[in-house]
Design a protein around this ligand. Structure first.
Ligand code: SAM
Length: 389
């Protein structure tokens, strides 16, 4: 993560501008010496964080609002230190990833990209938990007219795949670092030809963490075209039995079960299991009907405002509900009329991290509203309720 260590930071009167970067205001934490600086660069709005140490300060991007690509953060840090004439002790700004991985970063998309611009001009296939990426790369190479979306939560696997995309000069893979179960909520209906779920973690002791679960299968069925197929491949008989039950709960589907069939490409996991003489089970879950169109909307406004005293009382508290939570984390003061509240909320698997910018008349999420997931919508309604009792 890019950062600069400086001797000390003497904050100026905001706003200040340097090049294309505008530094808007600073916010001071209530119970520590940390400060946040709001930065605007083109369409990006984010925060830098100043962390005082014993006899120096570290300046870096705040995790919640950090923009991608990283060069924006590096430039924002450099420009800030130059504008304030800080004495630099050290930094890591020149350590760059190798150029082919940098280049492939254009294929790594955030969830916002899919919410607002879900690509629809080509046949779409999705691979969930691609691991080493061997199967995904094989499919993309052999089906150049299909767009493959690879979903993974393991960052080294994502880096490895991005490197391979660049080396093999592929242009039909998009990668997203997101929980597959939540990602499916944002995929338009009836557009996906295939969903591959190969060797998912069986989670025998924590079944609630399994990718295959009723809500996931319902969303998968919705996004599959009529005759589109979800392909599950597993070495776990237990997972196979469990998944078959979940699949059989759906109406209007066709199921095909096989054992120990070879695919044209095998994954690293598969090679290992085959070497150990394990059985491999497949279920092909075919959707047979058209689903209703997806309507993605969410009202994240705070009409009527919030009671700031009540919001301050909630700092440090966590409220847990059946399928979402809210944690009121930290309070910052910008000036006598404006406060910033850090909070996390939404689904347990993929919490949303945001700030609330509260001034004399208005309240809004900073830097932008949450993504319109079901859990976030419920959490927002609750946040309003909690801040107004
Ligand atoms: C056992 S590995 C299998 C990898 C690959 N499919 C193969 O066959 O070699 C399971 C992969 O799923 C990923 N994974 C687990 N849960 C996930 C989730 N909810 N969303 C996306 N990826 C997930 C893990 O990070 C891991 O890379």
């Amino acid at each position: 993560m890019p950062h600069i260590a400086v001797k000390k930071v003497q904050l100026p009167d905001f706003p200040i501008r340097r090049g294309e970067f505008e530094y808007l205001w600073s916010a001071k934490a209530f119970n520590s010496k940390e400060q946040l600086i709001a930065v605007r660069y083109k369409e990006f709005l984010f925060l830098l964080e100043i962390k005082p140490k014993k006899d120096y300060c570290i300046i870096k991007a705040d995790k919640v609002t950090r923009p991608a690509p990283t060069f924006i953060v590096k430039e924002a840090l450099s420009n800030f230190c130059e504008a304030l004439r800080c004495e630099r002790l050290y930094d890591n700004l020149s350590q760059m990833k190798s150029s082919h991985i940098q280049k492939a970063r254009e294929f790594l998309k955030g969830i916002d990209y899919f919410i607002h611009n879900f690509p629809k001009d080509k046949e779409v296939c999705i691979e969930i938990g691609f691991g080493s990426g061997r199967h995904l790369l094989y499919q993309a190479k052999n089906n150049p007219n299909t767009l493959f979306i690879g979903i993974e939560v393991h960052k080294p696997s994502i880096e490895q795949l991005l490197g391979q995309i660049a080396l093999q000069k592929l242009n039909n893979i998009l990668v997203v670092d997101y929980d597959a179960r939540l990602f499916m909520e944002f995929v338009p209906s009836n557009i996906v030809g295939k969903i591959f779920v190969h060797f998912p973690v069986p989670w025998d002791k924590k079944p609630h963490r399994r990718v295959i679960c009723k809500p996931f299968v319902q969303e998968a069925k919705r996004v599959l075209k009529p005759t589109g197929v979800l392909e599950l491949r597993t070495d776990s008989k237990n997972y196979f039995d469990y998944a078959l039950d979940v699949f059989l709960d759906e109406k209007k589907v066709e199921l095909e079960v096989s054992k120990n069939i070879a695919l044209p490409v095998s994954s690293k996991y598969e090679d290992r299991w085959v070497r150990l003489g394990k059985d491999i089970y497949d279920i092909r879950f075919k959707n047979l009907e058209k689903s209703e169109e997806l309507i993605l909307e969410g009202d994240f406004s705070f009409q009527g405002g919030v009671q700031i005293e009540r919001l301050i009382e909630l700092i440090g508290q966590t409220k847990v509900y059946e399928d979402f939570f809210i944690h009121f984390q930290k309070l910052y003061s910008i000036d006598k009329d404006r406060n910033l509240v850090e909070l996390s909320f939404g689904s347990f698997d993929r919490p949303e991290h945001k700030y609330l910018l509260v001034d004399a008349d208005t309240v809004r999420y900073f830097p932008k509203p949450p993504i319109p997931s079901r859990a976030n919508k419920k959490a927002h309604i609750k946040i309003k309720e909690l801040c107004n009792v």
